[in-house]
Design a protein around this ligand. Structure first.
Ligand code: LLP
Length: 440
């Protein structure tokens, strides 16, 4: 059980003091349920970790790619975090949510001209520039508008963090950022620190996702500082901001052993402080960009159980009314999840079943060999820890409508995203008769 999850007297799973079986009845399934108290708790944990270092300036930017909706961005605003967006669509969501533009940071390895113009028009606070094409494009756009823009340069430190360890990648093979190893970052610093339009504030790096140790962050920071004196001498550049990205690991299932958020922040702050002192430069503002660590554990997906298929001596399948359309992660990354039969949450775990989705694809399996209580068609299955990269990677395969999203807290449920209807699915379709009439 995570956050505010409990079992009530009826033996039903509750989240935020709300019975999940009632939620399924009221809003239908599949349904994303967010425990907003847990989102607050995670945001506070990051803020508190930084607040133990009063001499450090910092920003925690929620990586909205993990889950972006107008209500979610509004919640992030209430929590006083900054916001990382990676597309015109995520930026539009932030604008609609009334998020303060100066605290929006724009990422992406191939931002289009249209997206950059949108970001400039909205006067957002920081663009994280990824490549030489973007430097040129942004310079041109700023020149045409007679204005400047604050930027960070994204660099690839040649470290790739994996779930439980990290490796140095000699060839620094990544589509993101300017590589340290081949000195393209030096050229980018030279170009932008001399620019009249791009105001180079500092550097960004992101070493990976679902990281369970601190060594990768420490190593990346140390690698960057190896070049600091050189950049200062050659280009008179010292980073005012150092953004070390996101990637803080969470507990999807019992196999995952995350470390406390404070431990990452301690290592990041201490390494940057020590390295700055050793190189005789000012301690930069420290920025982090958690996505999954803010929303992942707060999300639960409710499904209705439909068909069973029992293959004697092989396995028993249980099928739900969603699948790879609302959670692509098991098919894409073999990600593991835990589940409970929400209306039998205190019953013995008697069955080992494979939870299948309803898509026309054999790989549409949500959980292999889940330990569940004995269930029947019509029961509600709650799959935990689906808050990050679930809805945000949802798709329309087999023309399944996207689920609804509710926020629950202190006994109240609020619908924050409506379930898509069949009409929504065909909204952009054009009938052949219309094509003929309109002469498309
Ligand atoms: N900052 C940057 C520059 C990133 O590229 C990412 C994630 C984050 C922050 C946030 O990472 P987080 O704290 O959420 O791990 N779809 C994959 C995850 C892709 C992550 C891409 N970048 C998944 O479902 O695991």
């Amino acid at each position: 059980m995570r956050g505010t999850q409990c079992i009530n007297q009826k033996g039903h799973l509750t989240i935020g003091g709300v019975d999940t079986v009632d939620l399924a009845k009221k809003y239908g399934t599949p349904l994303f349920v967010y425990d907003t108290a847990l989102i607050r708790e995670k945001a506070e944990a990051f803020k508190k970790a930084f607040e133990t270092y009063p001499h450090i300036k910092w920003q925690v930017a929620y990586a909205s790619k993990a889950f972006s909706s107008v209500a979610m961005v509004q919640l992030i605003h209430q929590l006083d975090l900054s916001l990382d967006v990676v597309s015109g669509g995520e930026l539009f969501t932030a604008v609609k949510a009334g998020f303060p533009a100066e605290r929006i940071h724009f990422h992406g390895n191939n931002k289009t001209e249209e997206e950059l113009i949108f970001a400039l028009d909205e006067q957002i606070g920081m663009i994280i520039v990824d490549n030489f094409y973007e430097i040129q494009l942004l310079e041109k756009l700023c020149m045409e508008r007679g204005r400047t823009i604050d930027i960070l340069l994204r660099l690839t430190p040649g470290i790739e963090a994996h779930t439980h360890d990290y490796i140095m990648t000699g060839q620094e093979d990544s589509k993101f950022g300017f590589n340290l190893g081949d000195h393209s970052i030096d050229e980018a610093i030279q170009l932008t620190s001399a620019s009249n339009y791009l105001k180079l504030n500092g550097l960004h790096c992101h070493i990976g996702s679902q990281i369970f140790e601190t060594d990768g962050f420490e190593l990346a920071i140390k690698r960057i500082y190896q070049y600091i004196e050189n950049w200062s001498e050659k280009y008179d550049f010292e980073p005012r901001v150092l953004n070390v990205g996101g990637g803080f690991g969470i507990k999807y299932s019992k196999d995952d052993q995350p470390i406390p958020l404070k431990r990452y922040i301690d290592v990041i702050v201490n390494t940057i402080t020590n390295e700055s002192e050793a190189k005789g430069c000012a301690i930069p503002e420290i920025w982090v960009e958690p996505g999954r660590a803010i929303v992942g554990e707060a999300g639960t997906t409710l499904y209705s159980i439909g068909a069973y298929k029992d293959i004697p001596n092989v396995k028993k399948y249980l099928a739900v009314d969603g699948g790879m359309t609302d959670n692509l992660r098991p098919s894409l990354y073999q990600a593991k999840y835990d589940a409970v039969v929400a209306n039998r949450a205190n019953e013995e775990l008697e069955e080992t079943v494979t939870v299948a989705g309803k898509c026309c694809e054999s790989g549409d399996i949500l959980i292999q060999d889940a330990q569940l209580s004995k269930s029947v068609s019509g029961d509600i299955l709650a799959v935990f820890c689906t808050g990050a990269y679930g809805y945000s990677m949802a798709n329309h395969y087999n023309r399944l409508p996207k689920p609804a999203v509710v926020f629950v807290e202190e006994g109240d449920a609020q619908l924050t995203m409506r379930r898509e209807t069949y009409e929504d699915l065909v909204r952009q379709d054009i009938m052949l008769q219309e094509i003929a009439k309109a002469g498309y």
